[in-house]
Design a protein around this ligand. Structure first.
Ligand SMILES: [Zn+2]
Length: 158
């Protein structure tokens, strides 16, 4: 899934839940902010590695138990992993979902594309169209709420 869509999903979840939108967005950004530079610099060979590993539950669970901000960040992180797993399955590469078990298990035939070539590969894929549909639905709902006067500045961002 594209990075801006991860951020949008986290913001929407923050809007409809009691979680802190800002910490949801921070948590959902972590996997790509950590893993993309590591792979770009050649530290890891995959663009889904430590930040995308479900083995980080050893960090996420205590974080989630630390309070509203920690829970929001942990949910944002888990949301990112879930959406990336959905994206590879929707695009017919279900075997790549084992990135969740990195480093214990690695995909047999990973794409291993850096962000630019990945974007070009991803355009017009089934998951790309799901993202477009999500953006359009979110925009339609936002416009509808704005027209109905339901938009308030009372959101607790932290
Ligand atoms: Zn990701």
């Amino acid at each position: 899934m594209l990075f801006p869509t991860h951020l949008l999903v986290a913001a929407v979840v923050g809007r409809v839940s009691g979680l802190a939108p800002l910490w949801l967005v921070v948590g959902t950004a972590v996997p790509d902010v950590v893993d993309k530079p590591l792979a770009t610099l050649g530290v890891t060979s995959l663009f889904h590695s430590v930040g995308h590993s479900a083995l980080l539950l050893v960090v996420a669970v205590p974080l989630a138990l630390s309070g509203r901000a920690g829970l929001s960040a942990a949910v944002g992180w888990a949301l990112h992993l879930a959406l990336d797993a959905v994206h590879v399955v929707v695009n017919g590469r279900a075997g790549d979902a084992v990135f969740l078990l990195w480093p214990a298990v690695v995909p047999a035939d990973p794409l291993a594309l850096p962000p630019g070539p990945f974007f070009l590969y991803y355009l017009w894929s089934p998951a790309f169209f799901l993202e477009v549909a999500f953006w359009l639905a979110t925009a339609a709902l936002a416009i509808r709420q704005w027209r109905a006067g339901e938009v308030s500045a009372e959101t607790e961002w932290l």
